[in-house]
Design a protein around this ligand. Structure first.
Ligand SMILES: [Zn+2]
Length: 141
């Protein structure tokens, strides 16, 4: 084979061996707050705060750490969407300022909470399914 040709076997997608029958899909589990193992609606204790563990199967949610990544990323994404929509609305309708406040403040809060819940849920659900964990010293090169 030439320099640009393939010399080894083709790379194929690795099947998700941790995914078992009966587990909810990633988006549905995050949106409805379902346990990634048993599907019980126990992932969230409040709107965006995780429960300690699943009361049905005992999966310990506290052992997983999604960090602040979802909050920062989703807040910037929601902010960009809101700014674009507000500019388009302003250019199309030219409403008084208070109309912007009445529309965009609740929309921003709702989108932020919803997106945060989805992002945090999807990250937490992915961790046990992919056996994600912190790398140990000899695994880091
Ligand atoms: Zn469970």
């Amino acid at each position: 084979m030439g320099r640009l040709g393939r010399t080894g076997p083709r790379l194929t997608a690795v099947p998700d061996t941790n995914h078992q029958e009966g587990q909810p899909g990633l988006f549905a589990a995050a949106f409805f707050g379902l346990c990634p193992d048993c599907g019980e609606k126990s992932l969230f204790a409040s709107v965006s705060r995780f429960s300690d563990k699943c009361p049905k199967c005992g999966l310990d949610y506290e052992s997983y750490n999604v960090g602040d990544g979802p909050a920062a990323f989703m807040t910037m994404g929601v902010g960009a969407i809101i700014i674009i929509l507000a500019i388009l609305f302003e250019n199309a309708v030219r409403p008084p300022f208070w109309v912007h406040a009445v529309i965009w403040i609740p929309v921003t809060v709702a989108l932020t909470v919803l997106s945060l819940r989805l992002a945090k849920g999807m990250l937490l659900i992915t961790e046990p399914r992919r056996s994600a964990r912190e790398a140990k010293g000899d695994e880091i090169k």
